[in-house]
Write a protein that binds this ligand. Sequence first.
Ligand SMILES: NC(=O)c1ccc[n+]([C@@H]2O[C@H](COP(=O)([O-])OP(=O)(O)OC[C@H]3O[C@@H](n4cnc5c(N)ncnc54)[C@H](OP(=O)(O)O)[C@@H]3O)[C@@H](O)[C@H]2O)c1
Length: 275
Amino acid sequence: MPNQVRKIGFIGAGNMPQSIIGGMIKGGFPADAVLVSNPSRPKLDLLEEKYGLTTSQDNHEIARQADVIVLSVKPQLMREVCEDLQANVPDLANKLIVTIAAGLRFASYYEFLGDNIRVVRVMPNTPSLVGAGLSGLVADSSVTDDDREFVTQVFNFVGTTIWLEDEDGIDVLGAVAGSGPAYFFEFMHGLQRAAEEFGFDPEQARLMVQQTALGAAKMACESELSFIDLRKQVTSKGGSTAKGIEAYQQAELGEISKRAVGAAVARNQEMAKLF
Ligand SMILES: NC(=O)c1ccc[n+]([C@@H]2O[C@H](COP(=O)([O-])OP(=O)(O)OC[C@H]3O[C@@H](n4cnc5c(N)ncnc54)[C@H](OP(=O)(O)O)[C@@H]3O)[C@@H](O)[C@H]2O)c1
């Protein structure tokens, strides 16, 4: 059972809020404390049918009833949605605002909703959709310890959470954990192609790679050893793995990762200026 129950209202019923809601209900959060709004009905009907939630096509109605408002619309819609809430929902200052939109800074939310609000920015990554996410969280100075505990609980329902000191941390977390699944998929694709080149059919090659990735990730999560020590454990001197690793080291995989993260951080910083 959750430590804290508050009425939580999601504005936008896309893939990410649907996964968070699914994780919350599965984790024992009471369905009657979850509210959702969305302009079109089909996703709302699904959520109502599946979990018995309160839904509405009217953002105001959901925001008025909620103690915690989770802004779950695309960043480019955020100004319009927030300004509309500001004009129509009283007491926003008494509610906690949580936003999962990428890019927008605290300053934008103060501009759209008034500067007396309490805001937590969250950057969940895509594996949250399968309950194995990593969410970076950052709070403004008016957010309370109870608020932090509540938001931690919500995002722990779809994975693990890390609190960051400041907003710049979100750009870096986005470049590592947000973009990270794509880096892993790129690597997995390369490994699958290599297996195919050596005669495996695509199906078997895929199975080999996906199960190996799952096994390695599980070992990395369950062990206290550093990644490099885990790697050494699988690498006997003079053996075949050592030869494979030598090829990766010659290609400077570590340097490539640094360049990839640096490029993604720079792009996140650029995109933050668009809003
Ligand atoms: N998916 C991810 O992996 C991920 C990761 C990190 C952060 N995020 C952030 O999470 C947010 C939502 O992403 P998503 O993947 O859930 O997007 P999505 O699947 O595209 O859903 C967006 C939802 O917003 C609804 N919407 C449109 N206009 C609205 C309005 N005026 N008021 C309320 N709802 C409105 C849409 O409804 P209709 O279908 O009726 O148009 C749609 O259901 C975005 O800001 C994104 O940056 C997503």
